[in-house]
Ligand binder design. Structure first.
Ligand code: NAD
Ligand code: ZN
Length: 337
């Protein structure tokens, strides 16, 4: 299937197709210098498949994990591009999960004030969510995504076959963003998680989630307003993700936890927890609430003594609320039960 993100001159196709990774060059010109950014956990055969299609491919392979969304890795990519003589008509291609996508996308946004960016996401999370929308970033001094840019890709190619090699926990982790999409805008998608089989329904899950995100982004590309609904679960989620000693949790798992206090209807909250249990996502956690609050409010969404949070009053509905910081502290509590 193919979707088109309609953003005027920045419009692009999102191709979701089994086997598509071997045919990216039929969708976009790879017969130029292409900086392929990947990480050490991405199976080599995917990297080889991409390099084989590039006329002049140069690879940068960073270590696995969130730590690679760093200035050090960014500098390595930019230096490699400079030394290899990359010009403005060359391209950066991300092959991997959200870490590689955010890092490579930001490098593409910065190099010579912006070159083409092609995203080939290979994790559930990146195929469902992070590869579209144009948000790119690295972390700084422990604060997530605080240095970044909006830089839309020219093309997104998601090949669901690549998910066969993804460790199960990462596979499930990404589904949290699809549960989010269902909760804020697609009741049927949410109900699919209650009654269906995530493995068998994968393509429908990918498609419906991408449609939710696409509709929001098309109406507010730069998050001056409504796009913030996509941050549902992310204020407390980022707080949990940033807390060093909880570093063992993945992004989607943190978002899953962070959504729970923001669901107002108790029956719906119980249904969501049942979905988490069914999938194997965490449904409760204990933490030091002050620490989570500190990290959550370092978040760029905080301004002055108020913070904008995203709440789901009932299934398929979403509301942005500006609340005093103390109220956020109360919502964070000392854990999520
Ligand atoms: N830009 C956005 O809009 C946006 C949205 C959501 C999340 N994010 C970011 O995405 C990041 C998380 O992304 P993620 O969950 O994809 O994690 P990730 O990029 O760390 O990938 C998870 C792991 O899977 C491995 N891997 C990747 N593809 C594989 C495959 N096909 N087979 C086997 N192993 C594979 C990687 O080596 C990595 O260790 C976070 O940094 C988060 O902030 C960005
Ligand atoms: Zn997210």
């Amino acid at each position: 299937m193919k979707l088109t993100m309609r953003l005027g001159v920045r419009s692009y196709d999102i191709v979701v197709r089994r086997g598509a990774l071997a045919r990216v060059n039929q969708l976009i010109n790879l017969n130029r210098k292409v900086l392929v950014v990947t990480d050490e956990g991405v199976p080599r055969r995917y990297v080889e498949a991409i390099l084989a299609q590039c006329g002049r491919g140069v690879e940068v392979c960073v270590p696995q994990g969130e730590g690679s969304k760093s200035f050090a890795c960014l500098e390595r990519i930019l230096t490699t591009m400079l030394e290899a003589g990359f010009g403005r008509s060359d391209a950066v291609l991300a092959l991997g999960g959200g870490v590689v996508g955010d890092l490579a996308g930001f490098a593409a946004a910065c190099y010579m004030r912006g070159v083409d960016f092609i995203n080939c996401p290979t994790t559930t999370l990146s195929q469902i969510d992070s590869s579209i929308g144009g948000k790119t970033a690295v972390n700084l001094a422990g604060t997530k995504n605080v240095v970044g840019a909006f830089h839309q890709p020219r093309l997104v190619v998601a090949d669901p076959d690549t998910l066969d090699t993804l460790p199960r926990r990462h596979f499930i982790n990404g589904l949290a963003e699809a549960v989010k999409a269902g909760l804020i805008a697609d009741e049927d998608l949410f109900e699919l998680f209650e009654t269906g089989d995530a493995d068998k329904d994968l393509e429908e899950i990918l498609y419906r989630s991408l449609v939710v995100k696409k509709n929001v982004v098309e109406n507010d590309e730069r998050e001056t307003g409504r796009r913030a609904v996509l941050n549902f679960g992310h204020t407390i989620g980022h707080g949990i993700e940033s807390a060093e000693h909880l570093g063992g949790l993945y992004h989607g798992e943190c978002v899953a936890l962070g959504m729970l206090p923001m669901i107002e209807d108790e029956t719906l909250r119980s249904r969501v927890k049942a979905v988490y249990k069914r999938l194997g996502l965490p449904a409760s956690i204990e933490y030091d609430g002050d620490e989570i609050f500190r990290f959550a409010t370092h978040d760029k969404k905080a301004s002055g003594d108020a913070v904008t949070v995203v709440r789901v009053p009932e299934l398929g509905q979403v509301r942005l609320d500006k609340i005093p910081l103390e109220e956020l502290r109360t919502l964070i509590g000392e854990g999520i039960q």
